[in-house]
Design a protein around this ligand. Structure first.
Ligand SMILES: C[S@@+](CC[C@H](N)C(=O)[O-])C[C@H]1O[C@@H](n2cnc3c(N)ncnc32)[C@H](O)[C@@H]1O
Length: 197
């Protein structure tokens, strides 16, 4: 029998759906907001740039990116979370600086070298094929484009930096970061890398 904890992990956070997904979405919008905003700040997004956000969930980081970028595209496999992003970013969607599309890390639906910045918060551990997701990230980023990843440190399987290098990225830096609202969020493992120019 599937336990409540397993259901919460999958339907609440992993691929949010139904009532547990709504609860998970609300918790993530609160608990992960500082981490999402930090990654957007670290990305140094210019107002001419296109940003791809993998697994934006409730859309806090997508909204922050859409306020800075020419265009921020959220690629999200959960229908519930796509609707949540569209609600949170309604003004930016209307303005044309945010777009929400169905897809996942391995299948973003974006053109080759069409993106300046790609970021992922708390979903790299959910990708069924991490190598394929990194190959896709490399494909859609333009030469010189930046990759930023953050994940709950305790949930991240090892070897991410090596996998990022193996996908062709350079200038790979990784560190840990304690979110200021750490009553609700846990230590984050973060990484920055560049597609070679
Ligand atoms: C734990 S939530 C994190 C949401 C948000 N980034 C945050 O930190 O609050 C994981 C999100 O990644 C999405 N997701 C699941 N599998 C994915 C995949 N293979 N590629 C991209 N996103 C995925 C889920 O639908 C969900 O919205």
């Amino acid at each position: 029998m599937v336990s409540f904890t397993e259901l919460l992990t999958t339907q609440g956070f992993g691929l949010p759906s139904g009532p547990l997904g709504r609860i998970g979405g609300a918790l993530m919008a609160h608990g992960n907001a500082e981490t999402e905003r930090r990654l957007v700040r670290l990305a140094g997004i210019a107002d001419t740039e296109t940003v791809l956000v993998l697994g934006p969930g409730p859309g806090v980081g997508l909204a922050a990116a859409g306020e800075r970028a020419a265009l921020a595209i959220g690629v999200e496999p959960s229908e519930l979370m796509r609707h949540s992003c569209e609600r949170r970013c309604a003004d930016l969607v209307a303005k044309g600086t945010v777009r929400v599309v169905e897809g996942d890390a391995e299948h973003t639906g974006q053109d080759y070298a069409s993106v300046d910045v790609l970021f992922s918060v708390n979903n790299v551990m959910l990708w069924p094929d991490r190598e394929a997701g990194l190959v896709e990230a490399f494909r859609v980023l333009r030469p010189g484009g930046r990759l930023l990843v953050s994940a709950h440190e305790r949930r991240l399987p090892g070897g991410l930096a090596d996998a990022v290098r193996a996908a062709g990225f350079v200038d790979v830096q990784s560190w840990t970061w304690e979110p200021p609202n750490s009553r609700f969020a846990t230590l984050a493992a973060q990484l920055r890398a560049v597609r070679p120019a």
